[in-house]
Design a protein. Structure first.
Ligand code: ADP
Ligand SMILES: N[C@@H](CCOP(=O)(O)O)C(=O)O
Length: 323
């Protein structure tokens, strides 16, 4: 049954919504999580890195649970697994760590049993678990995705990210769970707010598809989630308003936050000014942050099944994608 003694996957981070595209737009970023999975006589975890210190290392672990869902769906039994994990994606910060874990677990488990399930099926399963298709779609397929979910099936179209696009992300030191940030949203919206978002989300997709960056500042505005979440992220309202005056094409809360993200033209000359603006604004709010320049990642999850390799899991990560 097993095509490979072990499977390794590399999964990109993602930023969801891009402002107005709440629960529909997502973009993969060049920051990654890695998972190794193999069948074992007893379930064991090797969680590398400080950020996994509070993550369960037993069968209640998300990766284990999601892998078992896939095995059930495929009609096979693989009760004991050895799972190794490392991630550069900060947890609970709005950069899609949970989506990366879900996609990584599904892709690894599927490959371990000879890939009986299609990517479309993995997308449906991942969306059913995550409850929105934006992050999981970006982690699975890469690029910029526009996605829908009807409660059973997810569909998306992927755009190749424009070569001139990069992002500056500002990651606060505090965590904000997606469930808490969804909990502050109203259940109903005025028609004008719905129109406001639909028009901007459509304009943003057209801008990203054509490379027409001039409209992005306006196209990233939102009335569906950011105004309600602003109270949870000190400095957010000011940054979303001011970023485009300091060299950003536009700015948004990344996913459910607390990370803030600016889209930037890589030819922009005011990058240092933008960094200082972000840093000083957050300092005034007494929020410690780390900043990273990230690029859109055109490729989704990558699966490696070369069981002959003798490189260790951590050596593979250091050498990035060469198994
Ligand atoms: N590699 C992982 N293994 C197990 N659980 C994970 C992993 N990555 C993320 N998670 C879980 O997902 C949670 C974060 O999900 P969420 O609140 O949606 O934030 P985000 O996806 O934006 O990082 C973490 O607190 C943790 O419980
Ligand atoms: N559309 C979702 C996206 C959540 O993204 P995450 O990276 O914060 O998990 C939302 O805005 O709630």
């Amino acid at each position: 049954m097993f095509d490979s003694p072990f499977v390794r996957v590399r999964v990109p981070a993602s930023t969801a919504n891009l402002g107005p595209g709440f629960d529909t737009l997502g973009m993969a970023l060049n920051l990654y999580a890695w998972i190794e999975m193999k069948q074992s006589d007893e379930t064991r975890f090797y969680l590398h890195g400080d950020q996994f210190k509070d993550i369960p290392a037993d069968k209640s672990n998300l990766i284990y649970g999601v892998a078992q869902m896939l095995f059930r769906e495929a009609g096979v039994s693989v009760p004991e697994l050895e799972i190794s994990m490392y991630s550069d994606i900060p947890l609970t910060r709005g950069l899609g760590s949970s989506a990366s874990a879900i996609i990584g677990a599904l892709a690894a488990a599927n490959a371990l049993i000879g890939s009986p399930l299609s990517d479309a099926k993995l997308f449906d399963m991942a969306t059913a678990i995550e409850k929105h298709p934006d992050n999981v779609g970006a982690s699975l397929y890469g690029g910029v995705i526009a996605a829908i979910w009807d409660g059973e099936h997810a569909q998306c179209i992927k755009l190749e990210p424009n070569d001139n696009l990069e992002t500056l992300v500002v990651i606060p030191e505090f965590q904000l769970s997606t469930s808490k940030a969804r909990g502050v949203l109203p259940a109903k919206f005025p028609l004008q707010d719905a129109v406001y978002n639909i028009s901007r989300s459509s304009l943003l997709v057209a801008a990203l598809a054509t490379g027409n960056f001039a409209v992005i500042a306006e196209a990233m505005k939102d009335r569906i989630h950011q105004p309600y979440r602003a109270a949870l992220v000190p400095g957010m309202a000011e940054i979303l308003q001011g970023a485009s005056r300091h060299g950003a094409l536009g700015a948004a809360l990344s996913g459910a936050g607390p990370t803030l993200l600016a889209l930037v033209d890589r030819r922009e000359e005011r990058k240092a000014e933008l960094e200082s603006y972000f840093k000083e604004t957050m300092q005034r709010e007494s929020v410690q942050v780390r900043m990273m320049w990230l690029k859109p990642e055109a490729h989704g999850v990558k699966v490696y099944t070369d069981g002959e390799s003798h490189r260790s899991f951590l050596d593979m990560i250091k050498g990035d994608d060469v198994l």
